[in-house]
Write a protein that binds this ligand. Structure first.
Ligand SMILES: Cc1cc2nc3c(=O)[nH]c(=O)nc-3n(C[C@H](O)[C@H](O)[C@H](O)COP(=O)(O)OP(=O)(O)OC[C@H]3O[C@@H](n4cnc5c(N)ncnc54)[C@H](O)[C@@H]3O)c2cc1C
Length: 420
Protein backbone atom coordinates (compact mmCIF):
# COMPACT_ATOMS: atom_id res chain seq x y z
CA UNK A 1 0.00 0.00 0.00
CA UNK A 2 1.41 3.41 -0.96
CA UNK A 3 1.91 5.55 2.12
CA UNK A 4 3.06 9.11 2.66
CA UNK A 5 6.27 8.92 4.68
CA UNK A 6 7.86 12.03 6.18
CA UNK A 7 11.59 11.58 6.66
CA UNK A 8 12.94 13.95 9.32
CA UNK A 9 16.56 14.94 8.62
CA UNK A 10 18.72 14.73 5.49
CA UNK A 11 22.04 13.38 6.73
CA UNK A 12 23.19 10.04 5.35
CA UNK A 13 20.54 8.13 7.30
CA UNK A 14 17.58 10.26 6.18
CA UNK A 15 18.82 10.54 2.58
CA UNK A 16 19.32 6.78 2.23
CA UNK A 17 15.95 6.07 3.93
CA UNK A 18 14.21 8.36 1.41
CA UNK A 19 15.65 6.41 -1.54
CA UNK A 20 14.79 3.00 -0.08
CA UNK A 21 11.24 4.16 0.71
CA UNK A 22 10.79 5.51 -2.83
CA UNK A 23 12.09 2.19 -4.16
CA UNK A 24 9.28 0.48 -2.22
CA UNK A 25 6.75 2.74 -3.95
CA UNK A 26 5.97 5.17 -1.11
CA UNK A 27 5.40 8.93 -1.40
CA UNK A 28 8.20 10.70 0.47
CA UNK A 29 8.62 14.15 1.99
CA UNK A 30 12.03 15.06 3.43
CA UNK A 31 12.23 17.74 6.14
CA UNK A 32 15.63 19.38 6.60
CA UNK A 33 16.23 22.85 8.07
CA UNK A 34 19.77 23.07 6.63
CA UNK A 35 21.28 22.05 3.30
CA UNK A 36 21.07 18.29 2.58
CA UNK A 37 24.61 17.06 3.17
CA UNK A 38 25.55 20.51 4.53
CA UNK A 39 28.10 21.39 7.19
CA UNK A 40 25.54 21.20 10.03
CA UNK A 41 25.33 17.42 9.59
CA UNK A 42 27.77 14.86 11.00
CA UNK A 43 27.44 13.24 7.60
CA UNK A 44 29.36 16.13 6.02
CA UNK A 45 32.66 16.14 7.83
CA UNK A 46 33.27 12.62 9.12
CA UNK A 47 36.30 10.39 8.55
CA UNK A 48 34.80 9.10 5.24
CA UNK A 49 35.42 5.46 6.20
CA UNK A 50 33.01 2.67 5.28
CA UNK A 51 34.37 0.13 7.74
CA UNK A 52 32.49 -3.11 8.34
CA UNK A 53 35.31 -3.78 10.83
CA UNK A 54 34.26 -0.87 13.11
CA UNK A 55 32.37 -3.07 15.56
CA UNK A 56 34.18 -2.06 18.76
CA UNK A 57 32.24 0.47 20.86
CA UNK A 58 34.03 3.40 22.52
CA UNK A 59 33.48 2.09 26.03
CA UNK A 60 35.80 -0.72 27.16
CA UNK A 61 36.71 -2.47 30.46
CA UNK A 62 38.52 -0.16 32.89
CA UNK A 63 37.81 2.96 30.82
CA UNK A 64 36.30 4.68 33.91
CA UNK A 65 39.86 5.13 35.20
CA UNK A 66 40.42 7.59 32.36
CA UNK A 67 37.54 9.92 33.32
CA UNK A 68 39.71 12.27 35.48
CA UNK A 69 42.08 12.68 32.51
CA UNK A 70 39.15 13.46 30.18
CA UNK A 71 38.12 16.25 32.56
CA UNK A 72 41.66 17.58 33.01
CA UNK A 73 42.88 17.72 29.40
CA UNK A 74 40.64 19.76 27.06
CA UNK A 75 42.79 18.78 24.07
CA UNK A 76 43.08 15.00 24.69
CA UNK A 77 41.48 12.57 22.19
CA UNK A 78 38.45 12.35 24.53
CA UNK A 79 37.50 15.35 26.67
CA UNK A 80 34.58 16.31 28.89
CA UNK A 81 33.77 19.96 29.56
CA UNK A 82 33.36 20.44 33.33
CA UNK A 83 30.33 22.66 32.93
CA UNK A 84 28.53 19.93 31.00
CA UNK A 85 29.31 17.13 33.49
CA UNK A 86 26.09 17.35 35.59
CA UNK A 87 23.89 17.02 32.48
CA UNK A 88 26.13 14.30 31.07
CA UNK A 89 26.25 12.08 34.16
CA UNK A 90 23.27 9.75 33.42
CA UNK A 91 24.59 9.09 29.89
CA UNK A 92 28.18 8.75 31.10
CA UNK A 93 27.20 6.19 33.73
CA UNK A 94 25.42 4.04 31.14
CA UNK A 95 28.32 4.53 28.72
CA UNK A 96 30.93 3.33 31.22
CA UNK A 97 28.74 0.39 32.23
CA UNK A 98 28.14 -0.67 28.61
CA UNK A 99 31.82 -1.54 28.19
CA UNK A 100 32.47 -2.83 31.71
CA UNK A 101 33.41 -6.38 30.62
CA UNK A 102 34.82 -8.02 27.52
CA UNK A 103 31.58 -10.03 27.22
CA UNK A 104 29.56 -6.80 27.01
CA UNK A 105 31.86 -5.33 24.37
CA UNK A 106 31.68 -8.57 22.37
CA UNK A 107 27.85 -8.58 22.56
CA UNK A 108 27.73 -5.01 21.23
CA UNK A 109 30.16 -5.92 18.44
CA UNK A 110 28.01 -8.90 17.42
CA UNK A 111 24.91 -6.68 17.35
CA UNK A 112 26.65 -3.99 15.28
CA UNK A 113 28.30 -6.21 12.67
CA UNK A 114 25.16 -6.97 10.57
CA UNK A 115 24.49 -3.24 10.18
CA UNK A 116 28.01 -2.67 8.83
CA UNK A 117 28.75 -5.88 6.96
CA UNK A 118 27.73 -5.04 3.40
CA UNK A 119 28.17 -1.28 3.72
CA UNK A 120 30.68 -0.62 0.93
CA UNK A 121 28.61 -2.58 -1.67
CA UNK A 122 25.31 -1.08 -0.54
CA UNK A 123 26.71 2.46 -0.65
CA UNK A 124 28.24 1.78 -4.04
CA UNK A 125 24.85 0.75 -5.40
CA UNK A 126 23.14 3.82 -3.94
CA UNK A 127 25.89 6.09 -5.24
CA UNK A 128 25.73 4.49 -8.72
CA UNK A 129 21.97 5.11 -8.83
CA UNK A 130 22.52 8.73 -7.84
CA UNK A 131 25.22 9.16 -10.52
CA UNK A 132 28.15 9.50 -8.08
CA UNK A 133 29.47 5.93 -8.01
CA UNK A 134 33.04 7.24 -8.28
CA UNK A 135 32.78 8.55 -4.68
CA UNK A 136 32.74 5.01 -3.20
CA UNK A 137 35.84 2.79 -3.27
CA UNK A 138 36.89 -0.36 -1.48
CA UNK A 139 40.66 -0.28 -1.26
CA UNK A 140 41.01 -1.37 2.38
CA UNK A 141 42.07 0.68 5.39
CA UNK A 142 45.52 0.60 7.02
CA UNK A 143 45.79 0.53 10.81
CA UNK A 144 49.39 1.43 11.67
CA UNK A 145 51.27 0.72 14.89
CA UNK A 146 54.64 1.61 16.36
CA UNK A 147 55.45 -2.11 16.60
CA UNK A 148 53.75 -5.48 17.13
CA UNK A 149 53.58 -4.90 20.89
CA UNK A 150 51.62 -1.70 20.24
CA UNK A 151 49.15 -3.75 18.14
CA UNK A 152 48.95 -6.43 20.83
CA UNK A 153 48.11 -3.79 23.45
CA UNK A 154 44.76 -3.55 21.58
CA UNK A 155 44.41 -7.35 21.78
CA UNK A 156 40.86 -7.45 23.07
CA UNK A 157 39.52 -5.27 20.25
CA UNK A 158 41.22 -7.30 17.50
CA UNK A 159 40.19 -10.59 19.13
CA UNK A 160 36.54 -9.50 19.14
CA UNK A 161 36.81 -8.22 15.57
CA UNK A 162 38.11 -11.65 14.52
CA UNK A 163 35.22 -13.37 16.37
CA UNK A 164 32.72 -11.28 14.38
CA UNK A 165 34.35 -12.32 11.10
CA UNK A 166 36.78 -9.46 10.41
CA UNK A 167 39.94 -10.60 8.59
CA UNK A 168 43.16 -8.72 8.01
CA UNK A 169 46.66 -8.89 6.58
CA UNK A 170 49.56 -8.21 8.94
CA UNK A 171 52.34 -6.14 7.41
CA UNK A 172 55.99 -5.98 8.45
CA UNK A 173 57.86 -2.67 8.41
CA UNK A 174 59.07 -3.33 4.84
CA UNK A 175 55.66 -4.38 3.58
CA UNK A 176 54.11 -1.31 5.23
CA UNK A 177 56.67 0.93 3.53
CA UNK A 178 55.92 -0.63 0.15
CA UNK A 179 52.17 -0.25 0.60
CA UNK A 180 52.29 3.28 1.99
CA UNK A 181 55.61 5.04 1.30
CA UNK A 182 54.36 8.39 2.61
CA UNK A 183 54.17 7.12 6.24
CA UNK A 184 56.60 8.09 8.98
CA UNK A 185 59.26 5.44 9.72
CA UNK A 186 58.25 5.11 13.37
CA UNK A 187 55.36 2.90 12.28
CA UNK A 188 56.88 -0.57 11.90
CA UNK A 189 53.77 -2.76 11.95
CA UNK A 190 50.54 -2.53 9.98
CA UNK A 191 47.19 -4.23 9.66
CA UNK A 192 45.35 -3.97 6.35
CA UNK A 193 41.60 -4.61 6.58
CA UNK A 194 40.72 -5.20 2.96
CA UNK A 195 36.93 -5.31 3.42
CA UNK A 196 36.87 -1.64 4.43
CA UNK A 197 36.09 1.17 2.03
CA UNK A 198 35.72 4.91 1.72
CA UNK A 199 33.19 7.50 0.60
CA UNK A 200 35.56 10.18 -0.65
CA UNK A 201 33.18 13.14 -0.23
CA UNK A 202 30.30 12.31 2.15
CA UNK A 203 28.74 15.79 1.92
CA UNK A 204 28.57 15.59 -1.89
CA UNK A 205 27.29 12.00 -1.63
CA UNK A 206 24.38 12.93 0.66
CA UNK A 207 23.52 15.94 -1.50
CA UNK A 208 23.50 13.67 -4.59
CA UNK A 209 21.26 11.10 -2.84
CA UNK A 210 18.74 13.83 -1.96
CA UNK A 211 18.80 15.20 -5.53
CA UNK A 212 18.21 11.65 -6.75
CA UNK A 213 15.32 11.23 -4.31
CA UNK A 214 13.84 14.46 -5.69
CA UNK A 215 14.17 13.16 -9.24
CA UNK A 216 12.21 10.08 -8.11
CA UNK A 217 9.43 12.30 -6.77
CA UNK A 218 10.42 13.19 -3.19
CA UNK A 219 9.33 16.59 -1.90
CA UNK A 220 12.22 18.27 -0.04
CA UNK A 221 11.12 21.00 2.36
CA UNK A 222 13.40 23.33 4.29
CA UNK A 223 11.65 22.86 7.61
CA UNK A 224 12.30 21.66 11.13
CA UNK A 225 10.11 18.95 12.68
CA UNK A 226 9.00 19.70 16.25
CA UNK A 227 6.56 16.90 17.09
CA UNK A 228 3.71 14.67 15.99
CA UNK A 229 -0.06 14.55 16.00
CA UNK A 230 -1.02 11.04 17.08
CA UNK A 231 -4.60 9.77 17.52
CA UNK A 232 -5.37 6.28 18.84
CA UNK A 233 -1.73 5.27 18.24
CA UNK A 234 -1.99 6.26 14.55
CA UNK A 235 0.21 9.04 13.21
CA UNK A 236 -1.85 11.81 11.61
CA UNK A 237 0.72 14.53 11.01
CA UNK A 238 4.27 15.72 11.61
CA UNK A 239 4.38 19.16 13.25
CA UNK A 240 6.90 21.67 11.93
CA UNK A 241 8.27 24.96 13.25
CA UNK A 242 7.53 26.94 10.08
CA UNK A 243 5.14 24.96 7.84
CA UNK A 244 2.45 23.92 10.33
CA UNK A 245 1.23 20.31 10.16
CA UNK A 246 2.20 17.93 7.38
CA UNK A 247 -0.28 15.08 7.06
CA UNK A 248 1.55 11.74 7.13
CA UNK A 249 0.93 8.00 7.34
CA UNK A 250 4.42 7.27 8.62
CA UNK A 251 7.45 9.22 9.83
CA UNK A 252 11.14 8.40 10.19
CA UNK A 253 13.17 10.19 12.88
CA UNK A 254 16.60 10.59 11.26
CA UNK A 255 17.66 13.88 12.81
CA UNK A 256 21.01 12.57 14.09
CA UNK A 257 22.15 14.13 17.36
CA UNK A 258 19.00 16.31 17.40
CA UNK A 259 16.63 13.33 17.59
CA UNK A 260 16.21 13.13 21.38
CA UNK A 261 13.23 15.47 21.73
CA UNK A 262 11.48 14.01 18.70
CA UNK A 263 11.96 10.51 20.14
CA UNK A 264 10.49 11.74 23.45
CA UNK A 265 7.50 13.19 21.54
CA UNK A 266 7.08 9.70 20.04
CA UNK A 267 7.10 8.18 23.53
CA UNK A 268 10.72 7.04 23.96
CA UNK A 269 13.28 8.48 26.37
CA UNK A 270 16.63 7.53 24.88
CA UNK A 271 20.16 8.15 26.24
CA UNK A 272 21.34 10.10 23.18
CA UNK A 273 24.30 12.49 23.45
CA UNK A 274 26.48 14.30 20.99
CA UNK A 275 30.07 13.13 20.79
CA UNK A 276 31.43 16.21 19.11
CA UNK A 277 34.20 15.54 16.60
CA UNK A 278 36.49 17.71 14.49
CA UNK A 279 38.33 17.67 11.24
CA UNK A 280 41.12 19.60 9.56
CA UNK A 281 41.47 19.49 5.77
CA UNK A 282 44.81 20.41 4.26
CA UNK A 283 44.43 21.50 0.63
CA UNK A 284 47.29 20.67 -1.76
CA UNK A 285 49.13 18.60 0.86
CA UNK A 286 51.97 17.69 -1.52
CA UNK A 287 51.64 13.99 -0.66
CA UNK A 288 49.41 11.28 -2.12
CA UNK A 289 48.71 8.54 0.44
CA UNK A 290 47.30 5.41 -1.21
CA UNK A 291 45.25 4.17 1.74
CA UNK A 292 43.13 5.68 4.47
CA UNK A 293 45.30 5.40 7.61
CA UNK A 294 44.38 4.99 11.29
CA UNK A 295 47.53 5.66 13.37
CA UNK A 296 47.45 3.92 16.76
CA UNK A 297 49.07 6.88 18.53
CA UNK A 298 46.83 9.49 16.88
CA UNK A 299 43.26 8.24 17.43
CA UNK A 300 42.19 9.85 14.16
CA UNK A 301 41.51 8.96 10.55
CA UNK A 302 43.83 10.31 7.83
CA UNK A 303 42.14 10.19 4.43
CA UNK A 304 42.44 11.78 1.01
CA UNK A 305 39.34 13.64 -0.20
CA UNK A 306 38.75 15.80 -3.28
CA UNK A 307 39.38 18.85 -1.04
CA UNK A 308 42.72 17.58 0.32
CA UNK A 309 44.06 15.49 3.21
CA UNK A 310 41.34 15.18 5.88
CA UNK A 311 42.30 14.45 9.50
CA UNK A 312 39.16 13.51 11.42
CA UNK A 313 38.70 12.49 15.02
CA UNK A 314 38.42 13.68 18.63
CA UNK A 315 35.57 13.15 21.03
CA UNK A 316 34.33 16.11 23.06
CA UNK A 317 31.40 15.74 25.44
CA UNK A 318 30.04 19.27 25.71
CA UNK A 319 26.48 19.18 24.35
CA UNK A 320 24.85 20.53 21.22
CA UNK A 321 25.15 24.24 21.94
CA UNK A 322 28.69 25.00 23.22
CA UNK A 323 31.03 26.85 20.85
CA UNK A 324 33.67 24.72 19.09
CA UNK A 325 37.14 24.56 20.61
CA UNK A 326 39.15 24.96 17.40
CA UNK A 327 42.39 24.12 19.20
CA UNK A 328 41.20 20.52 18.98
CA UNK A 329 41.22 20.72 15.17
CA UNK A 330 44.69 22.29 15.35
CA UNK A 331 45.84 19.22 17.31
CA UNK A 332 44.64 17.03 14.41
CA UNK A 333 46.41 19.21 11.83
CA UNK A 334 49.67 19.19 13.76
CA UNK A 335 49.62 15.47 14.43
CA UNK A 336 49.33 14.83 10.69
CA UNK A 337 52.88 16.13 10.25
CA UNK A 338 54.15 13.34 12.47
CA UNK A 339 52.25 10.74 10.40
CA UNK A 340 53.35 12.10 7.01
CA UNK A 341 56.80 13.73 7.16
CA UNK A 342 56.33 14.88 3.56
CA UNK A 343 53.64 17.41 4.54
CA UNK A 344 54.80 21.03 4.10
CA UNK A 345 56.02 22.63 7.34
CA UNK A 346 54.63 26.06 6.72
CA UNK A 347 51.00 25.66 5.74
CA UNK A 348 49.24 28.88 4.70
CA UNK A 349 46.18 29.64 6.84
CA UNK A 350 43.90 29.48 3.79
CA UNK A 351 45.22 25.99 3.00
CA UNK A 352 43.61 24.51 6.12
CA UNK A 353 39.89 24.29 6.85
CA UNK A 354 38.49 23.26 10.24
CA UNK A 355 35.09 21.73 11.00
CA UNK A 356 33.19 20.51 14.06
CA UNK A 357 30.21 18.15 13.96
CA UNK A 358 27.90 16.12 16.18
CA UNK A 359 28.08 12.32 16.29
CA UNK A 360 24.68 11.05 17.49
CA UNK A 361 25.72 8.59 20.21
CA UNK A 362 23.59 6.26 22.28
CA UNK A 363 25.20 5.30 25.59
CA UNK A 364 25.36 1.55 24.86
CA UNK A 365 27.07 1.95 21.47
CA UNK A 366 24.10 0.77 19.37
CA UNK A 367 21.66 2.93 17.37
CA UNK A 368 17.89 3.16 17.78
CA UNK A 369 16.08 1.67 14.79
CA UNK A 370 12.47 0.54 14.97
CA UNK A 371 8.93 1.55 15.90
CA UNK A 372 8.20 4.19 18.54
CA UNK A 373 6.19 3.53 21.70
CA UNK A 374 3.37 6.03 21.13
CA UNK A 375 2.76 4.94 17.54
CA UNK A 376 4.20 2.14 15.39
CA UNK A 377 3.84 4.55 12.44
CA UNK A 378 6.87 6.48 13.70
CA UNK A 379 10.17 4.73 13.10
CA UNK A 380 13.41 5.66 14.86
CA UNK A 381 16.61 5.77 12.75
CA UNK A 382 19.26 7.62 14.72
CA UNK A 383 22.11 7.23 17.20
CA UNK A 384 24.79 5.62 15.03
CA UNK A 385 27.68 7.30 16.85
CA UNK A 386 31.04 6.65 15.18
CA UNK A 387 29.69 4.42 12.40
CA UNK A 388 26.67 6.23 10.94
CA UNK A 389 28.11 6.80 7.51
CA UNK A 390 28.91 3.11 7.20
CA UNK A 391 25.65 1.88 8.76
CA UNK A 392 23.42 4.37 6.90
CA UNK A 393 22.73 2.14 3.89
CA UNK A 394 21.66 -0.99 5.79
CA UNK A 395 19.72 1.13 8.31
CA UNK A 396 17.76 2.59 5.41
CA UNK A 397 16.94 -0.86 4.00
CA UNK A 398 15.77 -2.01 7.43
CA UNK A 399 13.61 1.10 7.94
CA UNK A 400 11.96 0.61 4.53
CA UNK A 401 11.28 -3.06 5.33
CA UNK A 402 9.71 -2.16 8.68
CA UNK A 403 7.51 0.49 7.05
CA UNK A 404 6.55 -1.67 4.07
CA UNK A 405 5.77 -4.65 6.32
CA UNK A 406 8.32 -6.97 4.71
CA UNK A 407 10.55 -9.44 6.54
CA UNK A 408 13.64 -7.56 7.71
CA UNK A 409 17.02 -8.35 6.11
CA UNK A 410 18.66 -8.21 9.54
CA UNK A 411 17.25 -8.79 13.01
CA UNK A 412 16.07 -5.38 14.36
CA UNK A 413 15.63 -6.40 18.05
CA UNK A 414 19.07 -5.18 19.30
CA UNK A 415 18.29 -1.64 18.10
CA UNK A 416 14.88 -1.27 19.76
CA UNK A 417 14.37 2.11 21.46
CA UNK A 418 12.44 0.29 24.19
CA UNK A 419 15.61 -1.48 25.45
CA UNK A 420 16.35 1.24 28.04
C1 LIG B 1 34.82 13.60 13.29
C2 LIG B 1 33.87 12.49 12.89
C3 LIG B 1 34.37 11.39 12.21
C4 LIG B 1 33.52 10.35 11.83
N1 LIG B 1 34.00 9.34 11.05
C5 LIG B 1 33.16 8.38 10.58
C6 LIG B 1 33.63 7.41 9.67
O1 LIG B 1 34.77 7.44 9.21
N2 LIG B 1 32.76 6.43 9.27
C7 LIG B 1 31.46 6.38 9.73
O2 LIG B 1 30.73 5.46 9.38
N3 LIG B 1 30.98 7.34 10.57
C8 LIG B 1 31.79 8.33 10.99
N4 LIG B 1 31.32 9.32 11.81
C9 LIG B 1 29.94 9.24 12.29
C10 LIG B 1 28.93 9.66 11.21
O3 LIG B 1 29.34 10.85 10.60
C11 LIG B 1 27.55 9.86 11.85
O4 LIG B 1 27.20 8.73 12.63
C12 LIG B 1 26.48 10.01 10.75
O5 LIG B 1 26.87 11.02 9.85
C13 LIG B 1 25.13 10.34 11.35
O6 LIG B 1 24.25 10.53 10.29
P1 LIG B 1 22.76 11.05 10.55
O7 LIG B 1 22.10 11.12 9.23
O8 LIG B 1 22.15 10.21 11.63
O9 LIG B 1 22.95 12.50 11.23
P2 LIG B 1 23.46 13.86 10.59
O10 LIG B 1 24.39 13.63 9.47
O11 LIG B 1 23.91 14.73 11.69
O12 LIG B 1 22.13 14.46 9.94
C14 LIG B 1 21.04 14.85 10.73
C15 LIG B 1 20.28 15.91 9.94
O13 LIG B 1 19.06 16.17 10.62
C16 LIG B 1 18.79 17.54 10.52
N5 LIG B 1 17.87 17.92 11.60
C17 LIG B 1 18.18 18.19 12.90
N6 LIG B 1 17.07 18.48 13.61
C18 LIG B 1 16.03 18.38 12.73
C19 LIG B 1 14.62 18.56 12.86
N7 LIG B 1 14.05 18.88 14.04
N8 LIG B 1 13.83 18.43 11.75
C20 LIG B 1 14.39 18.08 10.54
N9 LIG B 1 15.73 17.88 10.39
C21 LIG B 1 16.52 18.03 11.46
C22 LIG B 1 20.15 18.20 10.65
O14 LIG B 1 20.13 19.53 10.09
C23 LIG B 1 21.02 17.24 9.86
O15 LIG B 1 21.18 17.62 8.51
C24 LIG B 1 32.15 10.39 12.20
C25 LIG B 1 31.64 11.51 12.86
C26 LIG B 1 32.48 12.56 13.19
C27 LIG B 1 31.90 13.78 13.86
Amino acid sequence: MVQHVVVIGAGIVGAACAIELLRDGHRVTILEPGEPGGEQAASYGNGTLLNPSSVIPMSSPGIWRKVPGWLADPLGPLAIRWRYLPRLLPWLTRFLNAGATEAKVAATARALRPLLLEAPERHRRLADEAGVGHLITRQGVLFVFLDRADFESEGMAWRIRRETGVQWLELSADELRQREPSLDRRYTFGVLVEENGQCHDPGAYVAALVRHAQSLGADVRQAKAVGFRIEDRRLRAVLTASDGEIAADKAVIAAGAWSKQLAAAAGDRVPLETERGYHAVIADPGIAPRYPVMPSDGKMGCVMTPQGLRLAGQVELAGLDAAPNWRRAVVLRDFARSVYPGLPHDLAAEQVKFWMGHRPSIADGLPCIGPASRSPDIVHAFGHGHVGLTAGATTARLVAELISGRPPTIEPAPYSAQRF
